[in-house]
Design a binder for this molecule. Structure first.
Ligand SMILES: Nc1ncnc2c1ncn2[C@@H]1O[C@H](COP(=O)(O)OP(=O)(O)OP(=O)(O)O)[C@@H](O)[C@H]1O
Ligand SMILES: [Mg+2]
Length: 508
């Protein structure tokens, strides 16, 4: 028996003539946990889709040797039967189906006679969620009732039910809280102990360093190195990923905030399902011209609700007064807000940020089509010129402006959504988790872009769960806890401890 559970040899995958994978070789030992690292668009997800037959045998070149034998699977069903289970980067749950139905989709428990055994499925679903330490999910409710973090956990529970020999986790933790990530990493540790082999993909390199035995780096569709973690550290992983040393994670600050220009007054949001409960409780704050204001707090503190209400996008009842330059603005809906100089890049890009089948470029110009309308037609040349300029400005990696946006890697989709909002030329830009799923190099580029915009006088509000990022780029930090404003700090060497203590409402 070969010591390798899996060998992928000389894998080549093209999309419309563009090479995403350019002859990749990787090997996995039994029971090993390998971190697959690379920049946005390097080919990580594509490689794992080749392996799990999302792209069936015949749609790519090369060879897969699984457990000593060639694997030429035509469907995910076949690879799952062989023991290869993948948790996709983009959630694949069916919103209308219950949590339990989602977990057992395609894998249903049936009674003798063929009818569904809902009782058994619900029971087993509850057990699986308990293993993940989730106690606040009702398995009979539709999945759409739950937020991104819970949906991610439900997806993980679904995979755990499949008895994987090889478990592939593609960005499993992007919407999880610190505690949820701990639970996930513990589960992977115990799977490893049971001999399950894992591939872990994450731009949160501290997680990768924590659980992986080996680091496989790829760049531009090519294999760069496979190195034991014992010989690596995070800086070295980054250097292999980007092909150079990255000494600085944050750009040089060259902007200075000006006078107070914007004010949000008395923002209150009521829970959508339980209007008695306030998700945001009477928060007011000011913002200066050219200032970057970070909003920190634990997940569920009300940060997204706060900024959605300011932008007129909060789905439930709310009150919010928004003032710009001494004038009260009508921000009753996103359209009105955009007309009044606000823009928001939402947290949940898949549901609020993009039109999946539309080209990258057309997604970008969606909010500014009127700029290109000439009497009865659209000036397509002008539109395309703007698109090309913007693609360059944010360094978006795409083979063509016409590629459907879902063909972009995760981090590049994020840049496209950012571009879309920048084209509206906002005075106030709201970014909710702008670097989720974005690689270190591209993060730096997004920060640089934010600094440039601030220097030009744009004011930016940024919600982020990455405390290091909040402290790395904000001029001021608001701390939200349980819907209330718990701190407003000028970021003058502000410490993580101070922010955390405020978030938890401890004396500081
Ligand atoms: N369906 C598709 N059509 C066209 N091009 C695609 C498609 N899927 C992926 N690509 C291209 O293949 C390349 C690799 O993309 P992939 O999604 O594998 O990157 P990734 O390493 O997973 O990045 P990220 O860290 O952003 O998730 C990218 O250039 C991407 O635009
Ligand atoms: Mg990916």
């Amino acid at each position: 028996m070969s010591e390798y559970l899996l060998e992928m040899r000389n894998i080549v995958k093209e999309f419309g003539g563009v090479r995403a994978l350019n002859g990749i070789d990787i090997k996995l030992k039994r029971g090993e946990c390998a971190g697959l690292c690379g920049e946005n668009g390097a080919g990580k997800s594509t490689l794992m889709k080749v392996l799990s037959a999302v792209y069936p045998h015949g749609t790519w070149d090369g060879e897969i040797i699984w457990d000593g034998k060639p694997l030429q699977a035509q469907s995910i069903r076949e690879t799952e039967a062989a023991g290869i289970v993948i948790i996709h980067q983009e959630l694949m749950l069916v919103p209308e189906l219950s949590v339990a139905e989602n977990i057992f989709l395609g894998n249903e428990i049936t009674l003798p006679g063929g009818r569904m055994d809902y009782a058994a499925m619900n029971r087993r679903a509850e057990e699986l969620l308990k293993e993940l330490n989730i106690n606040d999910v009702n398995v009979v409710l539709p999945v759409k009732q739950y937020g991104g973090g819970h949906q991610q956990l439900i997806e993980i529970a679904k995979a755990l039910n499949k008895n994987a020999r090889l478990l592939i986790l593609d960005e499993p933790s992007s919407s999880l809280t610190a505690n949820e990530i701990k639970v996930l990493l513990n589960i992977i540790h115990s799977l490893k102990a049971k001999g399950v082999t894992c591939v872990y993909i994450s731009h949160k390199l501290d997680e990768v360093a924590d659980i992986c035995d080996t680091i496989i780096t790829i760049r531009d569709g090519q294999h760069i190195a496979t190195t034991p973690m014992s010989e690596m550290n995070i800086d070295r992983i980054i250097a292999q990923m980007v092909g150079r040393e990255m000494t600085q994670l944050y750009p040089q600050r060259e902007h200075t905030p000006g006078e107070v220009i914007f004010e949000a007054r008395n923002v209150t949001c009521y829970d959508v399902d339980n209007p008695e409960r306030k998700r945001v409780d009477d928060i007011s704050f000011k913002l200066r011209r050219g200032e970057i204001l970070g909003i920190a707090g634990l997940v569920g503190a009300g940060r997204t609700e706060l900024v959605s209400a300011i932008f007129g996008a909060y789905p439930g009842d709310y009150q919010a007064e928004v003032w710009y330059n001494g004038q009260k603005l009508d921000t009753g809906s996103p359209m009105k807000s955009i007309r009044n100089g606000l823009a928001m890049v939402p947290e949940d890009r898949k549901h609020h940020g993009i039109v999946p089948d539309l080209g990258v470029g057309y997604n970008m110009t969606l909010s500014v089509l009127k700029d290109f309308s000439r009497a009865t037609r659209i000036d397509q040349e002008a539109e395309l010129a703007t698109i090309r300029q913007e693609i360059k400005a944010v360094k978006l990696k795409t083979s063509s402006p016409f590629l459907p946006i879902t063909g972009l890697s995760g981090g590049n989709q994020q840049k496209a959504v950012l571009s879309k909002m920048l084209l509206t030329k906002p005075k106030i830009l709201i970014l909710d988790e702008p670097t989720r799923g974005v690689d270190v190099g591209a993060k730096f580029e997004i920060y640089q872009l934010m600094f440039d915009l601030a220097k030009q006088g744009m004011s930016i509000i940024m919600v982020s769960s990455e405390l290091a990022e909040v402290l790395g780029i904000s001029d001021r930090v608001l701390v939200i806890g349980e819907g209330k404003l718990r701190g407003d700090f000028v970021n003058d060497n502000l410490s993580q401890e101070t922010v955390l203590a405020a978030a938890l409402d401890q004396a500081h």
